[in-house]
Design a protein. Structure first.
Length: 125
C-alpha cells in the first residue's frame, strides 16, 4: 500500500494542512498510521475518505452532521442503515436546491430576454 505525507495529501486534495489537521482533531479523519519518525501518513483509503468528506461539504452538510456520519462510519458496517438515511436526507436537500436553482435560472433567462428587447427598442431610436 502506498502512503503519503500531509503535504502531498494537501496538494492532492486541495485542502490545507491546517484543514487536514483540524479534521483529525475533530475526528473526521482517524486511525492514521505513522512512519518511522512518528509522522502521520495517509493511505489511499484515507485520501478517498477525504475526497468523500469534501463531497459532503459540497452538499452543504454541516460539520456536525459530517462528524456524526464519520462516527457511524468508524463504528462499522452495522451502521450502514443510519448512514444511508443521512445520505438520503442530504440528497433530498440537494434535489430541492437544484429545483430552486432551475427556477431561478428560468427567471434570469426571462429577465435577460426582457433587457434584450429593451436594448433593441433603444437602438432603433
Amino acid at each position: 500500500m502506498k502512503y503519503y505525507k500531509i503535504g502531498k495529501v494537501s496538494q492532492m486534495t486541495g485542502l490545507s494542512r491546517d484543514t487536514l489537521r483540524y479534521y483529525e482533531k475533530i475526528g473526521l479523519i482517524r486511525h492514521l498510521e505513522k512512519d518511522e519518525s512518528g509522522r502521520k501518513k495517509y493511505s489511499e483509503k484515507d485520501i478517498e475518505w477525504i475526497e468523500f468528506l469534501k463531497r459532503l461539504k459540497t452538499t452543504k452538510m454541516s460539520l456536525k452532521d459530517i462528524g456524526k456520519y464519520a462516527d457511524l462510519r468508524y463504528e462499522g458496517d452495522e451502521t450502514s442503515g443510519e448512514r444511508k438515511k443521512m445520505l438520503t436526507k442530504q440528497l433530498e436537500k440537494i434535489m430541492e436546491e437544484i429545483e430552486k436553482l432551475m427556477e431561478t435560472k428560468q427567471i434570469l433567462i426571462w429577465k435577460i430576454k426582457t433587457y434584450d428587447e429593451i436594448e433593441k427598442k433603444i437602438s432603433r431610436k
